[in-house]
Ligand binder design. Structure first.
Ligand code: V47
Length: 365
């Protein structure tokens, strides 16, 4: 019934394409983003989600380590990065990182997610040693570490090419790249919100290089600041094009901008309506991505749960310690036990599956 209504409504021609499995155009994407028919968007995204992955919803037993918040980029949307010597600036020593890993050992995480600022005081060996240290303590954990911005920075400070950096880190234990640092690819917006950050093109190139070396990765989009809806669509289409070429992306994760304590603190936070719409349109445009992830830490567990009916099939993980969103005002907890994922997922009528980083099933509930 809902299908009939959607087909007869203003998005009918796009719905037709979705049901036929046809690729959507930029214009379709903009019309979807501009639509206020949230339930129609959800219905279409849910249809695509079911066709791709069925009724399973993934979560992961992971932990985050943010090794330093000292950063030379100091993006205007970020409340985490600080100049060296500023109040609250920190860099974890290898021993402190080892202590964290030992503390996490009792939870048996299958993934450690590692990101930090661009700290010019750290040598390349710190990054290799960090991976080796964690791997020694947690030999079974997959290390998803260093986003494309950090990888580019490591290439700069070491003098190694991006390929060489990735190969060396892989040898030290790197398993895949997280999707951070993508922000919004439009250069004019980037100039306003993160003028010192690498370009979107460069970000894509680092991921392409990783994919060619057999390293999988994720992709994100920071939305809800000064970008236009067309900028979001263009960002998604650039990722879709890259995925056509190299195929190494696993999940797409839209990140809602958190304004508190940033240089853009005058902007309002995103609404639940916009969050759900962005997730749904992402599911519809990214026809070559297997997974759309709702990062519950940034979206809140309530929105992330509802997102399961708006194209999402992954709720990310237990996390345990988070700084980037919480420094920017996130009020969510920093930890969710597996039982909480089971409750959220089952209540939505889906099957909870604990996965590892590469989406192998650890346990189907
Ligand atoms: O790179 C920074 C973004 C990212 C803010 O790959 C902000 O599976 C909102 O990338 N408000 C880090 N977002 C988080 C991230 C991530 C998280 C979960 C899973 C994965 C994955 C990746 O957060 C940063 C930046 O793009 N960010 N400041 C802010 N104020």
């Amino acid at each position: 019934m809902l299908k009939e209504a959607v087909l007869k409504g203003p998005l009918g021609d796009i719905a037709e394409k979705v049901f036929q499995g046809e690729r959507l155009s930029r214009e379709d994407g903009i019309r979807l983003m501009e639509s206020n028919d949230l339930l129609a968007l959800g219905f279409l995204a849910d249809f695509v989600r079911r066709r791709k992955v069925g009724d399973e919803v993934y979560f992961i037993n992971n932990a985050h380590i943010n090794y330093t918040n000292i950063c030379r980029n100091l993006c205007r949307f970020c409340a985490f990065g600080r100049p060296a010597g500023a109040e609250g600036a920190y860099t974890l020593t290898l021993e402190e990182i080892a202590q964290k890993a030992r503390r996490y050992r009792e939870y048996n995480p299958t993934e450690i997610h590692i990101v930090g600022g661009l700290n010019p005081a750290l040598p390349f060996s710190y990054y290799e040693d960090m991976l080796r240290t964690i791997k020694e303590i947690l030999p079974n954990a997959h290390l998803q570490a260093f986003d494309a911005v950090e990888i580019d920075f490591l290439s700069e400070i070491s003098g190694f090419s991006v390929e060489e950096v990735l190969l060396r880190l892989k040898k030290a234990g790197l398993g895949s790249l997280p999707g951070g640092g993508a922000e919004i690819f439009n250069p004019a917006i980037r100039k306003e919100i993160c003028p010192r950050k690498i370009s979107g093109e460069r970000w894509l190139k680092v991921h392409a290089t990783a994919h060619k070396l057999g390293l999988r990765s994720n992709a994100t989009m920071l939305y809800g600041h000064i970008e236009s809806l067309a900028d979001r669509v263009d960002h998604l289409l650039a990722l879709r094009k890259q995925q056509d070429e190299t195929g190494g992306f696993m999940a797409f994760i839209p990140l809602p901008f958190h304004p508190a304590n940033t240089q853009l603190a005058h902007l309002p936070p995103t609404t639940g309506y916009d969050d759900l719409k962005t997730l749904a349109v992402s599911r519809l445009l990214l026809d070559n991505f297997d997974h759309i992830k709702a990062f519950w830490i940034m979206l809140t567990p309530k929105v992330a749960q509802i997102a399961l009916h708006f194209g999402v099939d992954d709720l990310d993980g237990t996390v345990r310690e988070e700084h980037i969103a919480h420094d920017a005002g996130a009020e969510t907890p920093q930890y969710h036990p597996a039982e909480e994922f089971l409750r959220l997922i089952r209540e939505a009528g889906r099957i909870p599956v604990e996965r590892d980083t590469l989406y192998n099933v650890v346990r189907r509930y």
